[in-house]
Design a protein around this ligand. Structure first.
Ligand code: GTP
Ligand code: MG
Length: 227
């Protein structure tokens, strides 16, 4: 299936690039979006479409959905949302994009990271809120907890997305992305995480199919407080 990868924010673009460089999605279309004009300009060179978003400070209002609708209208039936949560762009817009995609009946997969603990409570809270919103609007997700990266000695400074990318690679070597959702049980999915990334305590990588089977679109919208 031809996927549409939607990279949100600066780290979201890095993550999407690393997934593409690993040749996991050879036919995918890349859409980039950011609130930072310079970053967007740089990244749009490699993208099929790019969107400049308004910087959001407070809570998201329903008016912004229209903008997000334009993106989803350009997406295929299988959407991959990439963001590194904690900042103001990926955390605010990636969940809205995933919500719009799942409401439009797409298969939604989210790949995201959580910030380092040293980045402070505000970023962590923002990321926690965003991850919850992303998870309810995804059929499948892989989360990387950046703070645990330091526990894997073999990872160098340029390997920041490697555990997530390698987990996706391992999972997709067993079955197509679109089949990795609720048909498969939790233990089977965890076994796809490469052994070197299984650290003690809070995991470095989490991989899950439909977390809330039976969740309705109304429930999803309720989480966002938009309506
Ligand atoms: N795994 C990973 N994490 C990253 C990367 N870049 C940044 N991060 C983490 O993600 C958080 C958010 O960073 P950005 O992606 O730059 O933020 P943004 O979404 O562009 O939002 P702004 O605040 O508007 O710039 C940072 O605090 C880091 O913890 C990356 O390439 N990979
Ligand atoms: Mg940014």
């Amino acid at each position: 299936m031809k996927e549409t990868i939607i990279a949100v924010g600066n780290g979201g673009y890095n993550l999407a690039s690393d997934l593409i460089a690993a040749q996991l999605f050879p036919n995918a279309r890349l859409i980039v979006c950011d609130t930072d004009e310079k970053d967007l300009e740089k990244h749009s060179v490699n993208a099929a479409a790019s969107f400049l978003f308004e910087k959001l400070r407070g809570t998201v209002e329903s008016g912004y959905i229209t903008f997000v609708e334009d993106i989803i209208a350009k997406a295929s039936d299988s959407v991959i949302v990439c963001a590194t949560l904690g900042g103001m762009t990926g955390s605010k817009y990636a969940p809205l994009i995933a919500l719009e995609a799942i409401l439009k009946g797409k298969f939604v997969c989210s790949f995201f990271s959580m910030p380092y603990e040293s980045e402070g409570e505000q970023k962590i809270k923002r990321a926690m809120n965003a991850s919850m919103q992303l998870i309810v609007s995804s059929n499948f997700f892989v989360q990387q907890n950046n703070d645990r990266l330091k526990e894997v000695e073999s990872l160098g400074s340029s390997d920041i997305n490697k555990p997530l990318v390698e987990t996706v690679k391992s999972a997709m070597s067993h079955m197509p992305l679109e089949e990795l959702d609720n048909d498969i049980n939790h233990e089977v999915l965890q076994a796809y995480i490469p052994e070197e990334y299984r650290v003690n305590g809070i995991p470095l990588v989490m991989i899950r199919g439909d977390v809330y089977p039976g969740i309705t679109d109304e429930n999803r919208k309720g989480i966002f407080n938009l309506w």
